[in-house]
Ligand binder design. Structure first.
Ligand code: PMP
Length: 384
């Protein structure tokens, strides 16, 4: 293949400059094998980034590869104009992973597309227009999801992106104005001073008050379509919310007529250890769940799952997606679900996650350079 230098040249001439790779001398990756990557010189790396939190079961996992190879030999593409068995088998299996009435699956190619669809669904269902989301959120880079995404890094200065979208303070116990919650009831431990009184998380109460005052003073009354929430803010910096925040926020939003959309693009598929979905850690059942990244282990795949009742609004017009749910994506998606179960990867996430959090916590106490140790914490981990 072309040399490293030649590739840098090609990149400059023929590839979009909008995405910036890591490192001044970006890595050139030729091969992946489970948790390892290999560069052009054959140097082996432990991949802690997993292609932006996407390679959920391992690079080129043999079982996923086998499922894809089999499908490639049989059928690549039909669209929804014809039926093929894989989309139905896969949807049934995916739906079985979700609680309650969350049983109707729409397959897409990415997280942005999934969130686009969730915006549409929530607006159609509620007949409302306004959408709430959090500061520091990331929900995608399409024209409408860019409006939900609340970090200037991801925004181009073009008008119209934020139509009907309102950002409320994200309940960030690390750096927020009520930060520094080091209390025993909080999901986080930081170097900052404890804010709590008698085991009650002040940050949680303060952020809920903030949300309530948005409803009181700023938001259009009774016009809410949805709240979009990541159950841990991912791109925003692994922000864990105070323990009961989302549950209380969901009650407020539902009382205001809005649906709850849980963006599980980063937090789904067992990754948070204790539960299969991040929202389960918050004791809520959303109305719409969006997912991508880990769902396909690197294959372009995303999904929206909702209830039969909400899904009915999507019959008012034809909603069409050429590639969404193609046979190859479904074969991969099904194999990924199987591998997560067979290899007990959810339990593994809990074990390894807990081990790392404990280890980093010990280092944090020793070294000032470490600010926060962020991760999904079993609430009792630090109460040893
Ligand atoms: N939601 C979240 C929480 C994400 O982290 C991302 C991607 N970083 C997206 C949505 C958008 O997904 P995609 O890049 O597949 O469009």
């Amino acid at each position: 293949g072309p040399s490293y230098e030649k590739i840098l040249e090609l990149r400059k001439q023929f590839v979009t400059p909008s995405a910036i790779p890591f490192y001044r001398k970006p890595l050139l990756i030729h091969k992946g094998e489970m948790q390892f990557l290999y560069d052009h010189k054959g140097v082996k790396y432990l991949d802690m980034f997993a292609g932006i939190v996407t390679v959920s079961v391992g690079h080129c996992h043999p079982k996923v590869n086998a499922a894809l190879e089999e499908q490639i030999k049989t059928l690549w593409h039909t669209t929804c104009i014809y039926m093929h068995p894989k989309v139905f088998e896969y949807s049934e299996k995916l739906a079985s992973k979700l609680p309650g009435d969350l049983k109707v699956v729409y397959l897409t190619n990415s997280g942005s597309e999934a969130n686009d669809l969730a915006i549409l669904m929530s607006r159609l269902f509620t007949k409302n227009y306004d959408i709430l989301t959090f500061k520091n959120a990331y929900h995608g880079g399409s024209t409408s999801t860019m409006g939900l995404t609340a970090q200037s890094t991801w925004h181009y200065p073009v008008p119209g992106l934020k139509n009907g979208i309102h950002h409320v303070m994200n309940p960030d116990p690390y750096t927020g104005i009520w930060g520094g919650s080091n209390c025993r009831d909080s999901p986080v431990q930081t170097n900052r001073k404890c804010d709590c009184t008698q085991g009650k998380c002040l940050a949680e109460d303060n952020y809920i008050n903030q949300l309530e005052s948005e409803f009181k003073y700023s938001l259009p009354r009774g016009k809410l379509a949805a709240l979009f929430a990541e159950s841990i803010q991912g791109v925003g910096g692994s922000v864990q919310f105070p323990r009961n925040y989302l549950k209380r926020a969901a009650e407020i939003v539902r009382a205001g007529g809005g649906l709850i959309v849980s963006d599980e693009v980063q937090t789904g598929f067992g990754r948070t250890g204790e539960n299969y979905w991040g929202f389960e850690n918050h004791g809520i059942v959303p109305d719409i769940v969006t997912m991508a990244k880990g769902i396909g282990n690197g294959f372009p795949l995303g999904a929206v799952v909702t209830t039969q009742k909400i899904a009915q609004v999507m019959t008012e017009a034809v909603h069409f997606n050429t590639f969404g749910g193609n046979p190859m994506a479904c074969a991969v998606g099904k194999a990924v679900l199987d591998v997560i179960d067979e290899e007990k990867l959810q339990q593994n996430a809990l074990d390894v996650g807990t081990y790392l959090l404990k280890g980093f916590e010990i280092l944090r106490e020793k070294y000032d350079i470490i600010g926060d140790v962020r991760g999904k914490v079993r609430f009792k981990v630090f109460l040893l």
